[in-house]
Design a protein. Structure first.
Length: 248
């Protein structure tokens, strides 16, 4: 069997979600470094990449055997789970699957938008993103985490039940990156059940490898990292990934 190809960089949250799923399921893959937004060689806006995924965003999956290509992290994850029968993370029963799908749809305008709104101003201080953007993101995330804390995570260990699913992987790559040991841009003290879930997720296979990039980058709440630091963190993450893949 030929390994799958995943286009992206470890610094990208949706790329991390797909990488995590593949590592968790011990599915070999090659990560082809693709710079988000770049029109240059190996860029996500280069015509060669656009031929695979016209939206020009990472991640993108390619199956060597069939030539099939697919963009959008959640579409990739559900496709992989369906085609490989990974029912532990994406059950085939319609209602259980629908709950996970509901989270995956909800995610984009809530968790994803809020986490980008919190992290982007700290990473790109040069863009002078107005404080109002970060404040709105904090409010959106707070409202979402209140729902998680008081409903789903007050009754069960994970977002969609008592075992880890695609919903948790998708959610954690955004929410988890905000923790003190990583970018340190959000205070989770008001959300005890979310904090418990964050620690539980750290035990899920593949977590540490996928998060090397953030551990390397460290706290960005006060000082924005420069491009060299981001590049260096991606390189360290790639080395860790290679090591994990060689042990599969
Ligand atoms: N909804 C997409 C979002 C992907 C996305 O925003 N990727 C960013 C990197 S984190 C990207 O490729 N940006 C480059 C661009 O938009 O040109 C998914 O979940 O796959």
């Amino acid at each position: 069997m030929h390994p799958l190809i995943l286009y992206g960089v470890p610094f990208s949250q949706p790329v991390r979600a797909v990488m995590w799923l593949l590592l968790l399921k011990k599915m070999p893959f090659d990560l082809v470094l693709t710079n988000p937004g770049s029109k240059g060689d190996n860029g996500s806006r280069h015509p060669d990449f656009l031929a695979k995924h016209p939206a020009g965003t990472i991640p993108c999956l390619e199956e060597r055997e069939t030539g099939f290509t697919l963009g959008e992290a959640h579409a990739i994850m559900t496709y992989l789970a369906r085609t490989h029968g990974w029912e532990d993370v994406y059950p085939s029963t319609p209602q259980a699957q629908a709950r996970i799908d509901a989270y995956l749809h909800y995610h984009h305008r809530n968790i994803r938008e809020a986490s980008v709104g919190l992290v982007a101003p700290s990473i790109r201080k040069d863009l002078n993103i107005p404080d109002a953007v970060q404040q709105a993101a904090r409010k959106t995330l707070g409202a979402a985490l209140t729902v998680f804390d008081q409903s789903m995570l007050s009754e069960q260990a994970y977002l969609c039940g008592d075992s880890v699913t695609l919903a948790d992987l998708a959610a954690y790559v955004e929410i988890g990156q905000l923790q003190g040991q990583y970018t340190n841009v959000f205070d989770f003290s008001a959300y005890p059940n979310v904090r418990r879930w964050l620690s539980t997720m750290q035990q899920v296979g593949g977590h540490d490898t996928v998060h090397v990039v953030l551990a390397e980058l460290g706290d960005i709440s006060q000082t924005a990292p420069d491009m060299d630091q981001i590049r260096g963190a991606n390189i360290k993450a790639l080395q860790a990934l290679k090591l994990s893949l060689s042990a599969l």
